[in-house]
Design a protein around this ligand. Structure first.
Ligand SMILES: [Zn+2]
Length: 249
């Protein structure tokens, strides 16, 4: 028996399917990541309209079946179109990166309303003009924490000390924090600027919409971003493809 599910979600990606249909991957508030089959979505004047555009927040109604991993979409109503997001190349690429991260780090059908909320508020902040790189950095730290991969920022990974007198360093490749005295001799390291450390700690409590008020240099954001990307690459194998598109505007 099919069960009718109604839940809002964000379109992560989509692709053409057969002659006239589309396959949509959405991250939903109540059902987590789902694959939806939108029959006839490529016909002119189809009933789905703009509701299936990537990054659109949409209310979905679909037929859920036990043991299946593709559900037929009955209705899709756009709730927030993200039009301004699509008008700004940097905001769009970073928005697509958020979608890619959720797609790659979430398991099929595994609902996580807090991660959904983080995705929605982050996309809204991007649309309102939040600085894209800082927003992406925050999203990675917060989603890592939400998914159980929060990096240890207080205690040194080697000796466990929480107040290193000479400052902290990032252990290259692993996204780990150690004190400067504990850096292994052969390690590839980057000392962590105290301002970067402070910025990273603030990211956890800051609302995405308030990122515009944070005055930080782009070098510092890049340092924090490189750290969390290395951390997630080491622990989950995450590579963010959407970001490499930036090199070819
Ligand atoms: Zn140490």
């Amino acid at each position: 028996m099919a069960e009718i599910v109604k839940t809002e979600g964000v379109v992560l990606r989509r692709r053409d399917f057969r002659e006239t249909s589309r396959l949509v991957v959405a991250y939903t508030r109540h059902s987590g990541k789902v694959h939806l089959l939108a029959r006839g979505a490529r016909r002119p004047r189809n009933k789905f309209g703009a509701a299936l555009e990537p990054l659109t927040r949409t209310e979905f109604v679909f037929y859920w079946r036990e043991g299946k991993d593709l559900f037929t979409l009955a209705e899709a109503t756009p709730l927030a179109a993200g039009r301004r997001l699509r008008e700004n190349a940097a905001a769009l690429l970073h928005g697509l990166a958020l979608a890619e991260i959720v797609d790659k780090l979430s398991a099929e059908g595994d609902a996580d309303p807090a991660l959904y909320e983080l995705l929605v508020t982050s996309l809204a902040a991007l649309e309102e003009g939040a600085p894209p790189a800082a927003l992406l950095t925050q999203f990675l730290f917060k989603s890592a924490a939400q998914l159980g991969y929060k990096p240890e920022l207080e205690a040194c990974a080697e000796c466990g000390r929480t107040d290193p007198p000479a400052g902290r360093a990032l252990l290259g490749g692993e996204g780990t924090v150690v004190c400067l005295e504990c850096v292994p001799p052969a390690a590839q390291i980057a000392p962590l600027a105290p301002a970067t450390y402070k910025f990273v700690k603030n990211l956890f409590t800051l609302n995405p919409s308030n990122l515009t008020r944070v005055k930080v240099s782009s070098d510092l954001v890049d340092e924090a971003l490189a750290f969390i990307r290395a951390h997630l690459r080491f622990h989950t194998g995450l590579e963010i493809k959407s970001l490499s598109l930036q090199a070819f505007p």
